[in-house]
Design a protein around this ligand. Structure first.
Ligand SMILES: Cc1ncc(COP(=O)(O)O)c(C=O)c1O
Length: 413
């Protein structure tokens, strides 16, 4: 049909509006957008920004893992669609790691599923569990995905302060006693991002008791399982008696194995929850590129020593950064695990300006990018999250630049 004889009702309208779904428009604002845009602009202009923002590992995976990826990529059989829940041998390897590290026995056919990174798995698990009118409890300050995933699933979020274990448990119980309908889901994350709070197994034992008493499900985000310092061993939620009756745990190869871009994560635990996630994933994706899964098996089977060595590297970086900040008179906030220092902003800056303004000042005038705590919700106001992905020399340089930036800023007050 030519344009001349097209009926007038088909003519394009200038006032056409794209009507984005509420599940998108009701998402909270992404506060890191402003900082990320400025980092990009500064780098394009030639500035050497020291990046202590995102927890995006800069070290490479082990050579044998990369070699296996290349070899597997050359095998034509690995280029077809893979199994949506992950190949059996990868799931078995995950089960073997859980048994070796935590003494947890898993049925790797029914209680393990491979995800395209733990973030994808976490989000789709929320979609599988939550709906309109359902409420989830999330630790505050929050890792943004924990809130967004529940919002995307049309659920409501209650944020409870994660920094004091006893109070957190009491607040969970109080919320269950007083809220109607009761919370359906509890999200946990230890070692916690962003606050670096850690727990011992007894904490999870209490959580399981509460979950059974009040009938809520549990999702444990165990992204920092492999990154711990000074002999501390992060416990697995699934190692608590009865945990598998009430919940699941997500782990990832992004952090300890330096494979963030590969997008390899796992969900283990309660078989009904795993099955619900498998159903959702069956509709959304065709599984992970098989060559990646084959190489991930190699990493899980043969690189324990490298994973431990990586923690030692993060520990040295932690000390380089925290020693430097302590010399500036900042509070010592050395984490026991994870990839971040959760640093209270010292006075007088804390009273003088918002956390966002302080972070922007360090970026604009000091060329040091940090995450403002307010990006992790109101509970993060007054804090900075500083990641340990840069090497020790760069971290020491960052401290020198922060010192010079604040000295200069002081003259304006
Ligand atoms: C607490 C937490 N959970 C999940 C993720 C996402 O990990 P993945 O790369 O496996 O999606 C991160 C990454 O920063 C994280 O900090």
């Amino acid at each position: 049909m030519t344009d001349e004889n097209r009926p007038s009702s088909y003519e394009p309208k200038n006032d056409f509006q794209i009507q984005v779904a509420q599940r998108v428009t009701r998402l909270p604002p992404y506060l890191f957008g402003r900082i990320n845009k400025r980092i990009h602009q500064k780098r394009t202009a030639g500035d050497d920004v020291i990046e202590l923002g995102m927890g995006n590992p800069t070290d490479p995976p082990e050579e044998l893992v990369i070699e296996k990826l290349v070899e597997a990529a050359r095998d034509p059989r690995n280029h077809r669609y893979s199994k949506s829940n992950g190949i059996g041998n990868l799931r078995k390897e995950v089960g073997a790691k859980y048994f070796k590290k935590y003494g947890v026995r898993l049925d790797t056919d029914e209680e393990v599923i491979v995800c395209l990174g733990s973030k994808e798995g976490f989000s789709h698990m929320c979609l599988a569990m939550m709906g309109p009118g359902d409420t989830a409890i999330v630790p505050a300050p929050y890792f943004p995905v924990h809130v967004y995933a529940i919002a995307l699933a049309s659920g409501n979020v209650i944020q409870l302060d994660v920094t004091d274990h006893d109070r957190f448990l009491k607040n969970i119980a109080y919320t269950c006693e007083t809220l109607y309908p009761k919370p359906k889901l509890l999200c946990l994350c230890y070692p916690h991002n962003p606050s670096s709070v850690v727990v011992e197994q007894a904490f999870f034992d209490e959580v399981v008791k509460l979950a059974k008493k009040y009938g809520f499900m549990v999702i444990s985000d165990f992204a920092y399982a492999d990154v711990a310092f000074d002999g501390y061993k992060p416990p697995s939620f699934l190692a608590s008696k009865g945990a598998i009756d009430v919940g699941v745990e997500f782990t990832t190869m992004s952090k300890g194995y330096n494979m963030a871009g590969w997008r390899v994560g796992f969900c283990c635990g309660n078989r009904e929850m795993v099955s619900a996630l498998a159903t959702i994933k069956g509709y959304y994706d065709y599984g992970m590129f098989q060559a990646i899964q084959v190489a991930a098996i190699m990493a899980l089977r043969h690189t324990d020593a490298a994973v431990e060595a990586q923690s030692v590297i993060y520990q040295s970086r932690r000390d380089a950064l925290c020693d430097g900040l302590a010399r500036l008179g900042w509070e010592d906030s050395r984490p026991k695990a994870g990839m971040f220092v959760w640093q209270p902003i010292p006075e007088p800056w804390r009273s003088r300006m918002s956390t966002m303004d302080f972070a922007m000042m360090l970026l604009e005038e000091g060329n040091v990018a940090v995450s403002p705590g307010s990006g992790f919700g109101p509970a993060g106001e007054g804090f900075l999250r500083m990641s340990l992905v840069e090497n020790e020399e760069r971290l020491r340089q960052a401290v020198r630049q922060i010192k010079a930036c604040l000295k200069e800023a002081e003259t304006r007050y």
